[in-house]
Design a protein around this ligand. Structure first.
Ligand code: NAI
Length: 295
């Protein structure tokens, strides 16, 4: 179904881990992309990471066909530009995707700032993992043109996109968001604006319950991981996954939820997780989490 909102120019605010991935898939699927960062060094870094990642994708896709590989990389790169001047960029954009720091006040300030500058038809979206979309959207006067677009890390590899509707999100906005998601090669699922949406709502309490099992001494981390891989067919066990995601990230999400929903036992913070984070054992990125890693 056509929405009437054709998305050609996408502005990605924050070109870190997620923003650069989103910029990459948007550019390689034919969109004009502008990345906005705090300074030009961060933009250069993002451009370099995207180029490397595009090469990896192209080599897989066009095995050995050097011309096609170079063509794909160069064409995609040519569609991406960078800016540190947010206000001037959003004047001429169809879709804004915000992927900055996970902090409600900072996100509200950002959307509040661009609401009066962007053209009325521009759709605003946040890639937040754990903040209610409604809380971010209320800093603007375009609730009907606001939604969540929750991508997964690493964006060029992970096939899923969660499209989040707040009650005010119009059908036209929702349809345009779904069309955009499909165009960038993702399988889109829809969820209401609820904690963790679909994936994290199930995954985070599952990882938390695994830590509680370990804390109680019911089984070892290794045996719990083995059990879930061989017994439930999961590609990674909950502790391997926690170490991959980062214990600080899991704790941050749980802390936010337990503050907002103190009565939900699934969201309760866990002493063992708090201790590991306090000790700087954040998972693979620090060389130790539930397991030890070679740095
Ligand atoms: P990151 O720290 O890698 O990147 C954030 C970037 O935003 C940084 O480069 C920073 O310089 C930039 N930034 C901060 N404030 C800015 C501003 N006012 N204007 C322009 N740029 C600004 O963070 P990451 O991991 O990419 O996360 C970004 C968002 O995506 C968060 O909301 C997070 O919850 C969400 N998310 C993260 C996932 C993950 O696996 N890391 C998965 C799905 C969503």
């Amino acid at each position: 179904m056509s929405s009437g909102n054709v998305i050609n120019h996408v502005t990605i605010i924050g070109a870190g881990l997620m923003g650069s991935g989103i910029a990459q898939v948007a550019a390689s699927s034919g969109h004009k992309v502008t990345m906005v960062e705090l300074d030009s060094k961060l933009l250069d870094k993002a451009q370099k990471n995207i180029e490397k990642s595009l090469e990896r994708v192209a080599k897989k896709q066009f095995k050995g066909e050097e011309d096609k590989i170079a063509g794909f990389v160069n064409e995609s790169i040519s569609r991406i530009s960078g800016s540190t001047d947010l206000n001037s960029v959003v004047k001429d954009t169809d879709l804004v995707i915000e992927a900055i720091v996970e902090n409600l006040e900072v996100k509200q300030k950002l959307f509040g700032q661009i609401d009066g500058v962007a053209k009325p038809s521009t759709i605003f979206a946040s890639n937040t993992s754990s903040i209610p979309i409604k809380d971010i959207a209320k800093s603007t006067s375009r609730l009907d043109r606001f939604c969540g677009l929750h991508f997964f890390n690493p964006v060029p590899v992970m096939k899923l996109l969660e499209v989040i509707r707040i009650p005010e999100t119009s059908d036209a906005t929702y349809n345009a968001a779904m069309e955009f998601g499909k165009k960038v090669g993702k399988t889109c699922v829809t969820c209401k604006d609820t904690p963790g949406f679909i994936v994290n709502r199930l995954l985070v309490p599952y990882m938390a319950e695994a830590v509680r099992m370990l804390e109680r001494g019911d089984a070892t981390a290794r045996d719990i991981d083995t059990a879930m891989k061989l017994g439930a067919g999961y590609p990674m066990g909950p502790f391997e996954l926690s170490d991959y995601v980062g214990l600080d990230t899991t704790k941050f999400i749980l802390d936010g939820w337990s503050k907002n929903y103190p009565d939900n036992p699934l969201f309760k913070t866990i002493p063992m997780l708090t201790k590991l984070v306090e000790e700087g054992k954040l998972g693979m990125k620090t060389g130790e989490g539930f397991y030890k890693y070679q740095k």
